[in-house]
Design a protein around this ligand. Structure first.
Ligand code: SER
Length: 318
């Protein structure tokens, strides 16, 4: 991995991954791909080249790949789960038509490809606790349908054409930099903003709903480490379970209250998000990732909470 195109560089993962890659791969060129209306700003804009990179435009992608001699593509363009339920055809267009464009460009130009999968690739018939690496994947959301298809198509391109596709199934990602948007796990980010601002949090997910979550620094390390892993050690490719913590809203609120004792929360459950959350695992088993490429998270709920609150206090000036 030397010259990298990050598609979706201004999004939840991309905004931080692009900066991490620029620090990590000093010799290479990291191109921040974006779509009109979400242009990069500040350090993201100033620290390297940026180009319009719409996954639905294969010709445009090819031009960037050739111009910058791209060898690795992080394909982060996606609608998250709740938005994908509202706009299923757009989700399909971006996640599937976009993916096949990316894979074709990669095949013709010899690029490796990372397209994230998710806890959303599982469904109600999946074992909920310690969800195995290889298990039933019959998701009931459009987001999940596209994520399973992403895993299958990425594996197909590896086996059929030798395209070096690899990926992970991300839990809900928690960050203090760029907001997610339209996801089922977004509450676990929003709750910290409310707590730090001294506001009551209205939780859209019911008490007792467990989901896997991960702090963004761990997610970024996973995204880089999997692409640098020794290919000969990889038995799986698309996509590895990666886990670090699992909690429900009550556990999260109680942990925040240890640091901000005045914090309050009440529930107003969103039926769309709740139905999605109920169909997802409580906690994934990530043994395959640990064994095949040495995955190991650094943050747990306690250390993430301390770090989130400290960063948000600085960012929000409170
Ligand atoms: N965070 C995503 C969502 O909630 C799941 O991968 O949609």
């Amino acid at each position: 991995m030397k010259n990298v195109l990050v598609i979706g560089s201004t999004g939840q993962i991309g905004s931080e991954l692009t900066m991490k890659l620029r620090r990590h791969l000093r010799e290479g060129t990291i191109v921040a791909g974006y779509i009109k209306g979400s242009e990069p700003k500040g350090a993201l804009l100033e620290s390297g080249p940026s180009e319009i990179a719409d996954v639905r435009n294969a010709k445009g992608l090819t031009e960037i790949v050739k111009r910058y001699k791209i060898d690795t593509i992080y394909n982060l363009a996606a609608l998250l789960s709740a938005t994908a339920e509202q706009r299923p055809l757009l989700a399909w267009d971006i996640q599937m038509n976009g993916l096949i464009n990316v894979l074709e460009v990669a095949r013709l130009n010899h690029c490796a490809v990372f397209t994230p999968s998710s806890i959303g690739s599982f469904g109600p018939s999946t074992p909920k606790v310690s969800t195995p690496q290889d298990t039933i994947q019959r998701p009931t959301s459009m987001y999940g349908v596209t994520k399973v298809a992403t895993e299958l198509l990425s594996d197909y391109y590896f086996h059929k054409f030798g395209v070096d596709t690899r990926s992970v199934r991300f839990p809900g990602l928690i960050s203090n930099v760029t907001h997610p948007g339209g996801g089922t796990t977004d509450y676990a980010v929003e709750i910290y903003y409310a707590a730090v601002k001294g506001e009551e949090f209205v939780c859209p997910i019911a008490a007792g709903t467990y989901m896997d979550m991960m702090y963004m620094p761990d997610a970024l390390r996973a995204a880089v480490k999997i692409m640098e892993a020794d290919p000969w050690r990889l038995i799986h490719r698309n996509a590895f379970n990666v886990a670090s913590m699992s909690f429900d809203p009550e556990i999260l609120a109680a942990k925040i209250r240890e640091h901000i004792p005045t914090f309050t929360m009440r529930y107003q459950v969103d039926p769309v998000r709740q139905a999605i959350a109920d169909s997802w695992p409580d906690s994934m088993n990530d043994r395959a990732a640990r064994e095949e490429w040495g995955w190991r998270p650094k943050f747990n709920l306690e250390s993430m909470t301390i770090d989130m609150i400290a960063h948000l206090r600085g960012k929000l000036g409170v």
